[in-house]
Design a protein around this ligand. Structure first.
Ligand code: KE4
Length: 427
């Protein structure tokens, strides 16, 4: 398919923006070809600069859970913008969204807003270190918590796609305090704790992983981490930047019934504007400046437009049960894709939980980074481009997750399944 205008725009962009993009995964490096440039989006559809329409499953990598240009969110931002865009002073709306978020999510009394998921996770780990007085952190291979130095140790998402598990620029001094464990392997975590007894401030985890494809925790894994943290005075940090307000009102803590000490948010909480947040019970959050000694700050944190978008989004999600509708649509898509790939004799695995789903072209179950990396990337490239050429836009990397929006109709899902059926013949 000819992407004439996108190709021209990409050529221009590459002259002034590294790689022509402001975030690496958008550059299509993992799948090849020219990234499409989006002109506009509405509901479940995006229109590219060549006026081609796509049913899309990225939804800005999660935020657009109710579909693009969702009216209550747009109206809230437009109204707020008329009264000014940024003050650097406290505003009532920050309290309103904080109260609502705290009412929706278990185990948090207070929340601090920042401008990205990276900032949320970076600040959460600093808070955990300040609160416990300990330096080390355990993260999991294949999990991605944003691009701050301490996390770029065999990160998931773009960092894995680029095959640069330890990014240049991260010092040995930083890396030494990051301990790496295998996802879904409790024995491995126990060993690491034993080898670093008394030195570990926190374990940070995507409680449902979404940056090595979608990988739910195996039975007992999160519960086991909770027990280990309690036994060794370690804080359990749930990075719910992807799963927060997507898998349930209360995120994975509610869905799977495991309590975290600090929870990180992004994506959905901002309704499509730049918002991240981290939250915990009062006795932890009171360590944060200006109350306590752990410093954290941000010029645009709590920005009125971003808060207006986020508040409108959370208010929408707090009514009714969009999560049930999303879960049913994702199950329908799963069954449809599995049927046509199986009928075509295509070896594959499909991982799914809530409105997160990923397709892997491999024999064995995908339960951690190692098994995810065994996926056949040539098949994935053909799958991605075959769907793109048929007007279906999925994540341009096998190390990502599809995010459904409730704007998707069952006709859209049937169109997607039919496209997969056709593409399966090419795999
Ligand atoms: P941001 O700094 O990109 O807002 O959030 C970082 C982050 C933290 N934690 C989790 C679990 C995340 O998934 C992310 C960001 N997700 C990627 C998609 N896999 C964002 C897409 C991109 O990097 O462009």
């Amino acid at each position: 398919m000819e992407y004439k205008r996108s190709s021209a725009l990409f050529a221009e962009a590459q002259k002034v923006i590294p790689g022509g993009v402001n975030s690496p995964v958008r550059a299509f490096k993992a799948v090849g070809g020219t990234p499409i440039f989006v002109k506009e989006a509405k509901g479940a559809y995006i229109i590219d600069e060549d006026d081609k329409k796509y049913i899309e499953y990225i939804n800005s990598w999660g935020p657009m859970i109710l579909g693009h240009a969702h009216k209550p969110v747009i109206d809230a931002v437009v109204e707020k913008a008329k009264k000014g865009t940024s003050f650097g002073m406290p505003t009532e709306i920050e309290t309103k969204i904080a109260e609502l978020a705290v009412s929706m999510v278990p185990n948090i009394d207070m929340i601090r807003f920042v401008n990205s998921g990276t900032e949320a996770c970076m600040s959460a780990v600093r808070l955990a270190r300040g609160y416990t007085g300990k330096d080390k952190m355990i993260k999991f291979a294949g999990c991605y918590h944003g691009h701050s130095d301490a996390f770029l140790i065999q990160a998931g998402s773009g960092a894995v796609t680029f095959g640069s598990p330890n990014s240049p620029g991260v010092t040995r001094g930083t890396a030494k305090d990051t301990l790496l464990a295998r996802y879904n392997d409790l024995e491995n975590v126990k060993q690491i704790i034993a080898q670093n007894e008394g030195e570990i401030a926190c374990i940070i985890i995507e409680p449902v992983a979404g940056n090595m494809g979608c990988i739910p925790p195996v039975e007992g894994f999160l519960e086991g981490l909770r027990t280990l943290c309690d036994a060794h005075n370690i804080l359990l940090v749930f990075d719910e930047v992807m799963t927060g307000f997507r898998l349930a009102k209360g995120g994975v803590q509610e869905l799977l019934g495991v309590n975290a000490d600090i929870v990180c948010f992004g994506k959905v909480i901002g309704g499509g504007l730049p918002v991240g947040a981290f939250a915990a019970r009062k006795e932890i959050m009171e360590h944060l400046a200006p109350l306590g000694p752990v410093y954290q700050a941000g010029t645009l944190s709590g920005n009125p437009l971003a808060m207006a978008a986020g508040l409108a989004m959370l208010q929408e999600l707090n009514q009714g049960d969009v999560f049930k509708s999303l879960q049913e649509k994702t199950a329908y898509l799963h069954q449809g894709i599995a049927k046509v790939l199986t009928e075509a004799g295509v070896t594959h695995q499909i991982n799914r939980i809530g409105s997160m789903i990923s397709v892997h072209f491999c024999d064995d179950a995908v339960i951690d980074f190692e098994s995810s990396a065994k996926g056949n990337n040539d098949s994935f490239k053909k799958f991605f481009h075959g769907l793109l050429n048929r007007g279906i836009y999925i994540a341009p990397s096998a190390f990502e997750t599809w995010f459904l929006s409730d704007a998707l109709s069952y006709d859209d899902l049937d169109t997607t399944i039919a496209a997969v059926k056709e593409v399966a013949k090419e795999l």
